[in-house]
Every structure is written in structure tokens, then in C-alpha cells.
Design a protein around this ligand. Structure first.
Ligand code: ITT
Length: 198
């Protein structure tokens, strides 16, 4: 089965490819589309944004299309940045700038109140119909970045039950327990059933 992976985030592409290694799915990237449009992520929810991204590219490519919207919800910020996680430091800001901005917002928040969760919502459009899969992971946020792997807020997010950040734990551990891994687990169950019926 060929699936268009509708994301421009290289970190996500790498993780998705690793997480789908055991299924017979060939991912095609957005570089296969001539002049891919920029999708404005103006939805109020992850579901709205994931649907908009998946549907936009499905209508162009007309093959099964997978998109994801994800974010980091910080308890001390009442769930922010959430759907704005990619734009917390303005459009086009680097991961380093985003982390810096978040750490500034959390400067006066004590260690025991620095709890947060990552959320991943996948939208798969198959034959024009959307299917959603959701995953979460809880953890807490460090005061300064640590570790080199992953992307986004990985250097400051320590998952529950661990002492190191996702970036320090490395891809093997992250891909077992992350929000994305959990959402993809559900999507895989769905696809296995579908592929068995074909
Ligand atoms: P696409 O829309 O092209 O998929 P994006 O980077 O804009 O790429 P999102 O709109 O879903 O993706 O933004 C989610 C942001 O949340 C992302 O840019 C990261 O900063 C952060 N994020 C999501 N998942 C993460 C993870 O596994 N590790 C670290 N940060 C993550």
C-alpha cells in the first residue's frame, strides 16, 4: 500500500518511517507533489488541523494520505502552547528558539508544577473518508535542554517513569512510548485489518 505522508517536519518523517518498518507500507513524501500548497493551520483542535492537512493533499494526490497534528500541553500554562506548539516563537522559528521561548514562560514555575503532556492526532484519509488515531504521553519539563536526538521540545521533555529527556533517551526508547508511537499503534491495528481484507 502506498501512503502519502503529508508533513513537512523532517523529525516526524524519520519517526514515522521507523515506526512503520514492520508494515508493508511505502511512504511517499510531499516532494512527490509539484508545488505543494502551504496549509494554514488555523484549526482550534488537533483534529481540525490534521484533517485539513490530510484532506488538502488527498485531493491533490488521490491516494491514501496520512497527516498528523501534535503539540505539547503544559499544565502550568493551562494547556498552552497546544495546537500552537510549532508557532510559539513565531512562524519559521527554530526548535532552539521555541524551547527558549517556552523556558522563559516557565521561568518562575517550580519543579513539581512543570508537568506536561505531548498529544498526537493522526488523520488518515482513505477513499475520501477521514479516520483519526490519538496518542498521549505525560512527563515534566526540564529547566535547560539536554540530549541531541529527536526534534522540537524533546531536549526538555522527560517522560513519566524516566530521568532523562526524550532527546537524551534516544529514538529507540522514544519510539516505544511517545504520543506518536501510541497513535501509530492504533493506526497500525486499523491498517492490519484493512490489508487482511484486501
Ligand atoms: P507538519 O504540520 O508539516 O506536520 P509541524 O512541525 O508544523 O509539521 P505540527 O503543526 O503538528 O507539526 O506542530 C507540532 C509541534 O509540536 C512541532 O513542531 C514540535 O515543536 C512539537 N512536537 C510535536 N511532537 C513532538 C515530539 O515528538 N517531540 C518534540 N516536539 C514535538
Amino acid at each position: 500500500m502506498k501512503v502519502l505522508l503529508a508533513t513537512k517536519n523532517k523529525g516526524k518523517i524519520k519517526e514515522m518511517n521507523a515506526l512503520f518498518r514492520d508494515l508493508k507500507i511505502e511512504f511517499i513524501g510531499l516532494d512527490s507533489i509539484k508545488e505543494p500548497p502551504d496549509v494554514i493551520e488555523d484549526g482550534k483542535t488537533y483534529h481540525d488541523n490534521a484533517l485539513k492537512k490530510a484532506m488538502t493533499f488527498y485531493r491533490i494526490a488521490l491516494i491514501p494520505t496520512l497527516a498528523e497534528d501534535s503539540g505539547l500541553e503544559v499544565d502550568a500554562l493551562n494547556g498552552a502552547p497546544g495546537v500552537f506548539s510549532a508557532r510559539i516563537a513565531g512562524e519559521g522559528a527554530s526548535d532552539r528558539e521555541k524551547i527558549k521561548k517556552l523556558l522563559e514562560l516557565l521561568r518562575d514555575v517550580p519543579d513539581e508544577k512543570r508537568t506536561a503532556r505531548f498529544v498526537s492526532v493522526l488523520c488518515l484519509v482513505l477513499d475520501g473518508k477521514p479516520y483519526f488515531f490519538e496518542g498521549h504521553v505525560r512527563g515534566h519539563l526540564l529547566r535547560k535542554p539536554s540530549g541531541e536526538s529527536g526534534f522540537g521540545y524533546d531536549p526538555i521533555f522527560v517522560p513519566e517513569g524516566y530521568k532523562k529527556s526524550f532527546a537524551a533517551l534516544g529514538p529507540k526508547t522514544k519510539n516505544r512510548i511517545s504520543h506518536r508511537a501510541r497513535a501509530i499503534e492504533k493506526l497500525k491495528e486499523f491498517l492490519k485489518e484493512r490489508l487482511a481484507r484486501q
